[in-house]
Ligand binder design. Structure first.
Ligand code: PMP
Length: 356
């Protein structure tokens, strides 16, 4: 390669192509990308088709109608909503908002691996705080917040372990973080959360103006292929973050599809409930076999297989089941349709004894 002087951060990261989703060259049972197995909600495909007719026009750069609907759904003003091309683009916007020399970002590890790459690209120093038994260790994270910390990210439920932080624990944490430091609560999977004491960002962002909440239409809403997410926060924070977003990033089809899906709460709840029931069934079956599976509050389970992870991932793949392998740490399996989950449980049974 010619000696082009790229930023040195590029030498420290790799391209983020996490997995083949159902649209890639996936095997028959795609349980690796935490997608919903259900096709778009009724009427959404029609909204998509209708929106396609205006593809020669730029989309609404402000996503006004969708922002208004999101604001209404959460009972807040529209200027507290920022819509982006998937929550990854809002995470990028967040990280790009910081990065003066010496600035730091604190997040748990293991958590969503994109945080690490975004930090590198933004020139932020990553402070990774180990999970405590698969759960965010909020007191330890608070201990690592200094006057250099610009951002803290809490993934709730945590990808890949599926655990949640409690409401009181998060409040105690927020009370310890200076109000000059932004805290982002990544709630990509919150619709699947049933733990009664789980923290919910929307309830806390009135009280803590330095808290922003990230949501997505990719998971429960079933629009992963269209790339829509949103952020809720204080109006002045949203206005600053908006400056780091690319214009026209959310296309018209995606805006209209999300708008249609948002209006279908009853159907959505029905589907989410089906996934939650399957999650309980699969986890209970694993526990009964002696496997150790943390409390799962997303649409996926975490198997802390340690050194056996890669072999177990290959074992599943040999049975046409794609799971997400974190070599040396564990395997994350998405809750799919009943028959996919049965196939996974059969693979587990044939694998043999539960890991020590
Ligand atoms: N946050 C978390 C924790 C995730 O797991 C993901 C997707 N895997 C995202 C954000 C990004 O989702 P999207 O860009 O599709 O909204």
């Amino acid at each position: 390669m010619p000696a082009i002087r790229f930023r040195s951060a590029l030498d420290r990261i790799s391209s983020y192509r996490p997995t083949e989703g159902a649209n890639g060259a996936a095997p028959p049972r795609p349980l690796s990308a935490n997608e919903t197995p259900h096709t778009p909600l009724p009427g959404v495909v029609e909204a998509i088709a209708a929106a396609a007719a205006s593809a020669h026009r730029y989309p609404d750069a402000w996503c006004r109608e969708l922002s208004r609907s999101i604001a209404r759904a959460h009972g807040i003003d529209t200027d507290r909503v920022l819509v982006g091309a998937g929550s990854v683009s809002l995470l990028q916007a967040l990280f790009q908002a910081f990065g003066e020399p010496g600035d730091e970002v604190v997040y748990a590890w293991r958590s969503f691996e994109l945080y690490e790459e975004l930090a590198e690209l933004a020139g932020l120093r990553s402070i990774r705080v180990p999970l405590d038994d698969a759960v965010h260790d909020l007191p330890a994270m608070a201990d690592r917040v200094t006057d250099r910390t610009r951002l803290v990210v809490v993934c709730n439920p945590n990808n890949p372990t599926g655990t949640v932080v409690g409401h009181d624990a998060l409040r105690a944490f927020l009370s310890r973080v200076p109000e000059t430091c932004l805290v982002a609560l990544d709630e990509a999977y919150i619709e699947y959360t049933r733990a009664p004491d789980a923290a919910r960002g929307r309830e806390l962002c009135e009280e803590y103006p330095n808290l922003v909440v990230l949501r997505t239409f990719s998971k429960a809403y079933g629009l992963a292929g269209l790339r829509v997410g949103y952020l809720l926060g204080a109006a002045d924070v949203v206005a600053q973050l908006d400056k780091t977003c690319l214009p026209y990033a959310v296309n018209t089809v995606a805006q209209r599809a999300a708008q249609a899906a948002l209006g279908l709460q009853a159907e959505l709840a029905h589907r989410v409930e089906a996934t939650v029931a399957e999650r309980t069934r699969v986890r209970d079956a694993l526990l009964a076999r002696g496997w150790c599976v943390p409390d799962a509050q997303g649409n996926f389970l975490w198997l802390g297989l340690g050194a056996a992870s890669a072999e177990f991932g290959r074992w599943c793949m040999s049975r046409q089941i794609a799971v997400r392998t974190f070599a040396g740490e564990g395997v994350r399996v998405t809750i799919g349709l009943d028959q996919d989950n049965d196939a996974f449980l059969k693979a587990v049974a044939d694998w043999g004894d539960a890991p020590e």
